[in-house]
Design a protein around this ligand. Structure first.
Ligand SMILES: *Cc1c(COP(=O)(O)O)cnc(C)c1O
Length: 384
């Protein structure tokens, strides 16, 4: 299969000379597979691509099972349902994440209990989890934020000792590894998103991976309205329609075949950023790579030093005026109305949350795009 960088760079440039923060790249057989669905009429939630996508994704994550579903949020919901999370329960969630991680706990009628993040990875701080465990705690959701793997060994040790489940929210971490093993099959279950800006995409889409047969079977029931796999229109329980379509899976098969290309392109982008942003250490902290980590760099997110005179929000605005789209790091959960809480318990997330900025990170960036981003960042930070 040929996937040259040029194929990506020759994409129709929809936004003239604006550099977008994220952009999907379809340079494999996605179109051919989608055409096949349309030609054969298999466009809904049965068809060969769904099974193929699940099988191939399981191999990619080195998990025994993979279950495709409609998006990354319902993937998390299915995982919690399979673990029996219900009203009155508590689930440990990182304070710094995308809001879906907390919302799904609420969908079950349970309460998310937040834990502060590490200062360097911005992931949940494993040392801070135990003090948040109560007799209502059922489990822990960790998030491999921006693709940086969580330090899983201490989390798994604690979970085992306290009898808790562990779900990995790997929505941003396709291809990331912890001590050489793909994330997503390290805990009880792992969840992935294929939203348009993720490492690989199906438009909207999600997947759950697990090594446990009973979790796989339970999630398949919940995904399909609770219908008995043996008896059509016989419903043993209340489930959901969280199915993926064959069309989504067709795109997913094309994307997954090329995932190494997508991951390698991101490494090239990151290398160019590290080169282009050299010497700004006093002002900008670049993402760290821990000895245990293979980082997939969903986003190249940097922190503005709290000692610098550069203001994060002002920098976002100036870059936007230069035609460069960026994103603020996620707002910590306790800052937002549904989960409002005093920030004192989460000093690290409170600080990181106002200083982080994600630079454009995607497979279609050219080296001149990256040079331009670096040049403008240098100019606004140092006047160079
Ligand atoms: C994207 C994302 C989700 C939700 O995925 P959707 O496919 O958008 O529903 C959940 N958790 C994290 C950390 C994400 O980045």
């Amino acid at each position: 299969m040929k996937r040259s960088s040029n194929a990506a760079l020759n994409l129709v440039d929809v936004s003239s000379d604006r550099v977008s923060v994220a952009q999907p790249v379809f340079n494999g057989r996605e179109k051919e597979y989608v055409d096949h669905c349309l030609d054969t009429g298999w466009i809904s939630s049965a068809g060969e691509y769904i099974e193929k996508f699940e099988k191939q994704f399981a191999v990619h994550v080195q998990a025994n099972h993979a279950i495709a579903c409609f998006n990354g949020t319902v993937a998390l919901h299915l995982a919690l349902l399979a673990k029996g999370v219900t009203a009155g329960d508590e689930v440990i969630v990182p304070s710094l994440t995308y809001i879906a991680t907390a919302n799904v706990v609420r969908y079950c009628g349970a309460t998310p209990v937040f834990v502060d993040c590490e200062a360097d990875t911005w992931n949940i701080d494993p040392r801070m989890i135990e003090e948040r465990i109560s007799d209502r705690t059922k489990g822990i959701i960790v998030v491999h934020l921006y693709g940086a793997p969580v330090d899983m060994d201490p989390v798994m040790e604690l979970a085992k000792r306290r009898g808790l489940f562990v779900i990995e929210d790997a929505a941003q971490a396709h291809g990331s590894k912890y001590r050489g093993k793909p994330v997503g099959a390290l805990g009880d279950a792992g969840t992935f998103s294929f939203f348009g800006n993720k490492i690989i995409t199906t438009g909207e889409g999600g997947m759950i991976t697990t090594n446990r047969t009973e979790i796989d079977q339970s999630m398949r029931l919940f995904r399909n309205q609770g219908m008995s796999p043996k008896k059509r229109y016989w419903f043993e329980m209340i489930g959901y329609n969280y199915r993926m379509t064959n069309l989504q899976a067709a795109i997913g098969c094309g994307q997954l075949e090329g995932i190494d290309w997508h991951l390698n392109r991101r490494q090239e982008v990151v290398k160019a950023y590290r080169e282009g942003l050299k010497g700004l250490d006093e002002i900008i902290t670049l993402p760290v790579e821990k000895p245990y980590a293979t980082h997939c760099y969903w986003m190249f997110t940097v922190l503005i030093s709290d000692k610098s005179r550069v203001n994060r929000d002002a920098l976002i605005l100036k870059l936007d005026q230069d035609g460069i789209e960026t994103r603020p790091i996620f707002y910590p959960m306790f800052m937002m109305p549904p989960y409002a809480e005093n920030a004192d318990r989460y000093p690290v997330a409170a600080s990181v949350g106002i200083r982080g900025i994600s630079l454009p990170t995607h497979g279609a960036l050219s080296s001149s795009d990256i040079s331009r981003v670096c040049e403008r960042v240098r100019y606004h930070c140092k006047g160079e």
